[in-house]
Design a protein around this ligand. Sequence first.
Ligand code: ADP
Ligand code: ZN
Length: 730
Amino acid sequence: MSEEKHFAAGALVSVLTVQPLDRLLDYRAPEGGCTTGAFVEVPLGPRRVLGVVWGDGQGEYDLARIRPINRVLEAAPMRAEMRAFLSRAAEYTLTPMPAMLRLATRSPGLGDPPSMRRVYARGMGTPDRMTEPRRRVLEVLEEYGGLSFTLRELAELAGTGTGVVKGLVAQGAVEERESPRDTPYPRLDPDLLGMALAPDQEAAAARLRAGAASGEYATTMLRGVTGSGKTEVYLEAVAACLAAGRQALVLLPEIALTAEFLTRVEARFGALPAEWHSGVTMTERRRCWRMVSEGGAQLVVGARSALFLPYRDLGLVVVDEEHDTSYKQEDGVLYSARDMAVLRGAIEGAQVILASATPSLETWANVEAGKYAALTLTSRFGEADMPQMRAIDMRGETLPAGRWISPTLRAAVEARLEQGEQSLLFLNRRGYAPVTLCRACGNQIGCDQCDARMVEHRFLKRLVCHQCGATKPVPEACPSCGVEGKLAAVGPGVERMAEEAAELFPDARIEVLSSDMYSSARALKARIAAIAEGEADVIVGTQLVAKGHNFPLLTLVGVIDADLGLQGSDLRAAERTFQLMRQVAGRAGRSERRGEALLQTFQPEHSVIRAILTGDEEGFWRAEAAERRAAGVPPYGRMAGIVLSARDVQAAFDLGTKMARGDGPLRRIGAQVYGPAPAPIARIRGRHRVRLLVKAEKAAPLQAALSDWLLQFPVRGDLRISVDIDPQSF
Ligand code: ADP
Ligand code: ZN
């Protein structure tokens, strides 16, 4: 790890900036000097940009022309551990360093937290002349009154230049003040008593407490069915970490889960922690960034990007529901939050806890290889057990066309209604119907921008593309043949299931829980809380409900189509289906009442369906591991996806073919290249995507070979190359 060093005024230093350049830039230390890690503002062409002092200058350029750093920002310097983390993460994901620095210093809507900010407010004066841009600035101040912005943020929000704001300040129409300092978060008290733990919980907690107090790195898989008390156990590790004076981070896969978790933190530690995710205001996120850096935040609860916050002393990272696919960032810098948590933990000397009812095969493999420790909670906390699981063989059920709730499932729901208990009908498909088909010509309405079909959403009264988000109204006539009144909704979505449920159970209160039905995370949270208290009889939901929400009155889960995830050629399909089905089933019977899960399937003898029903997790993983090992794919081999995108599909294919031929550096490490083939998402927002898959042995130096290989293919025009290490689908 590089040493901290002080540079006297005028000394040559190298600076990493947020601008997408492929090298560090040399500057002169400013008056008063600077140290490695200092956040600085540097001149770059006509602009001023954010950077971090990285080390000695290289002196490769004309020394006379090297410019001084404008100023050292007020934030605490970036620690050597954080710099090492960014470098290693960049190497692992093959991401340029400036992009890593952007991850560490901002998130959408947040300016540069290291900069001192000002507060602007409507002043007493009036501008000599009211122009359109000036009016917009004043409007923004009215709308966001009380929030603090940097000059640039304010100008950006008003869609104008900083000169306009400065002009208004000069005329007294806008007042500029130094912002008040951010305030630390209320102190969490690790000494407050937690719950009395069950024996298996206590045994696991003791191990984790010892780990957290050791000040050393270790990763532990914490496994136990939903409701077995994992959260309670890892909160004990958080307590030990806080008691040792270090900071803790808990990652959750879904913002909607935060509310319930915050309540538990407050109950356990007497105060609320810091929150970091897209649902948090800019002001609050900036406060979080600064307080994490200064030590005024002991515990952060957040989304994957919280891994890139500047912790002063990180002692524990918990990745809850570690198997969740949303931990893989699929846009911009492509990283797996689980892998990054382990990397950061190793660098910081922190404990990492991977908690899940259905751990990923990657985690299992690391336990097997002796890299991770394993703790298992064997029973559900209290009386409740894993629900009784049964298949409904759909080949033996009579159902009219366009209906999906079998008579058997219907009877089970009716029994729950009589007892005043809740049922969940699970279908992992948003919207009303996945396909809109013209009965006259057979045309299926597709997205204009992608290769995806448009999904009808009756609630929104529009067709929506689930790939790129494009929407259009449902047409009267078929866009292909022009015949009117022949468009038909084909297949079920949750909205349609709700319609069917309403017909079958006319007296029940039916509720659809799907991410697109709620305008904000807050609205969703509120609704989930109300449902948990009994404000619905039948919940119709997508995978949103599978993720850890606690519905105490829920005793029946009906899976509408258990076969859905098993179609397709993805090697991870079995793993995903297994995890999702076990997770969904675990929603039933989380209190004293025993739950039941019914899976509608056309292939009850399928090995994955059987494993789901019997709950033979280890057997399932052994079979799955054997298959992956034989195929040489992760976690027993290494893979990378290289996605080439362009407006012109031929250009993307041509480059792909050229790259596949020039695979020398890859061949040297024994890797194979497959493709080019259309990427899993073959066209999005008008850009065609072509993918090459690279497969190598576990021990091969894949990243180094990949960068050598990619160097041979400079991209031109609108072609873009992105590298996805450990792609989600292969
Ligand atoms: P998991 O994280 O494994 O799903 P939780 O920790 O959320 O499990 O526990 C499930 C439920 O049981 C929660 O409502 C929790 O408050 C309760 N619970 C867990 N452990 C205890 C305990 N030792 N004493 C009392 N209640 C507990
Ligand atoms: Zn689309």
